[in-house]
Design a protein around this ligand. Structure first.
Ligand code: ZN
Length: 173
């Protein structure tokens, strides 16, 4: 893989597709994970799902300590939320949904299982921002965006704003 991967943005259909389970952890997958980490920190963001770089594989990368400076990169291959409890509301944004943020109701604590890059079982227990991040990224693998969790009215307003932005961009070109 050469150069930096590109972040796909709404309404790109790849963000609506369900990613497929990873069967083999090969060089191509390791390069994908590497590239995703690079894209995430450059953006900058605290989590990224493979759909967002146009690859329909069940892979997420995230920072294990998203509130702190510095990098603590983690990956989960074929992640599954096996436990989710308590409620939390968080102002969310997404690298694939430019210029928008909105409050989303999530679970406050989650346990997520999957595989690490060596193929070993890995379990992440998270609360607060990391719990929100993991739910957001697993959503991506199922073709779901955070704007699907907000009211239809707010979503419509965002779509109008986006259409206006895209039109202005097209007029400029
Ligand atoms: Zn996102």
């Amino acid at each position: 893989m050469t150069g930096m991967m590109e972040i796909h943005t709404y309404p790109d259909p790849v963000l609506r597709a369900k990613a497929e389970a990873v069967e083999n952890i090969d060089d191509e997958l390791l390069a994908l994970i590497e590239g995703m980490g690079e894209v995430m920190y450059t953006a900058p963001g605290i989590g990224l799902a493979a759909n967002q770089v146009g690859v329909l594989k069940r892979v997420i990368v995230f920072d294990r300590r998203p509130r702190e400076k510095g990098r603590d990169t983690a990956v989960l291959i074929n992640p599954e939320i096996v436990l989710a409890e308590d409620q939390i509301t968080w102002e969310e944004a997404c690298l694939s949904v430019p210029d928008f943020s909105a409050e989303v109701a999530r679970k406050g604590q989650v346990k997520v299982t999957g595989l690490d890059r060596r193929g070993n079982p890995s379990t992440i227990e998270a609360d607060d921002l990391l719990a929100v991040c993991l739910q957001h990224e697993v959503d991506h693998l199922n073709g779901t965006l955070f704007i699907d969790h907000i009211s239809a009215l707010k979503r419509t307003l965002y779509k109008k704003k986006l259409m206006k932005m895209l039109k202005e961009q097209a007029d400029k070109d």
